[in-house]
Ligand binder design. Structure first.
Ligand SMILES: Cc1cc2nc3c(=O)[nH]c(=O)nc-3n(C[C@H](O)[C@H](O)[C@H](O)COP(=O)(O)O)c2cc1C
Length: 172
């Protein structure tokens, strides 16, 4: 039992990471692919940890695990794109999700990609694409929180979206 394990750790560590992950697995999260154009070419990763910060000016944040191979590309590039996936784009999420051992440019063989106004890779047919200038990056625990000012938005068809919940993809 997870709760027994938690109690065994004592009061100093009430929220054990496994319990936290279990609770977070119940969150219905939208699936995005976050991309950039780094010094060594295009890079990207699948992300659910994306949130709106403000609409004045339009600002969002992305949480990037610092161990991801392309983390350096995101640090060095001044811009990135957040591609919100449709229900038909699960294959794109899988290509960028880190479980198929595809790296860098290989990941872009799935989906149709164009260069956006900031020079970052934008996914055709995405529900929405937010092109961002990186205005702040803060390291918190294992992740870099990237704060982006939204410089351009492309609206795709308002069709079914791809979600991730219970450790699996769902179309909602
Ligand atoms: C559904 C899903 C959501 C994910 N969300 C995030 C996220 O929000 N932030 C993050 O850093 N990694 C997230 N990941 C993991 C990264 O996509 C993965 O670690 C990365 O693609 C690995 O890249 P690498 O093989 O080049 O190191 C998620 C993976 C999946 C499948």
């Amino acid at each position: 039992m997870i709760l027994d394990e938690v109690r065994a750790h004592g009061v100093e560590r009430l929220v054990e990471p496994g319990l936290y992950r279990e609770a977070m697995s119940r969150l219905v999260a939208a699936v995005h692919v976050v991309t950039t154009q780094g010094p060594a070419g295009r890079a990207g990763f699948t992300a659910t940890a994306v949130a709106s910060v403000s609409d004045s000016p339009p600002t969002l944040l992305v949480c990037l695990n610092r161990r991801i191979r392309s983390a350096g590309a995101f640090r060095q590039s001044g811009s990135f794109a957040v591609n919100l996936l449709s229900g038909e784009q699960q294959a794109v999420a899988e290509s960028f999700g880190g479980r198929l051992s595809l790296a860098g440019e290989q990941r872009f063989s799935v989906g149709h990609w164009r260069e956006g106004t900031l020079g970052v890779p934008c996914l055709e047919g995405a529900v929405a694409v937010f092109e961002c200038a990186l205005i702040e990056s803060r390291t918190i625990a294992t992740h870099d929180v990237l704060v982006g000012r939204v410089e351009a938005v492309t609206l795709g068809p308002d069709r079914e979206k791809l979600a991730y919940v219970g450790r699996g993809y769902k179309v909602v």
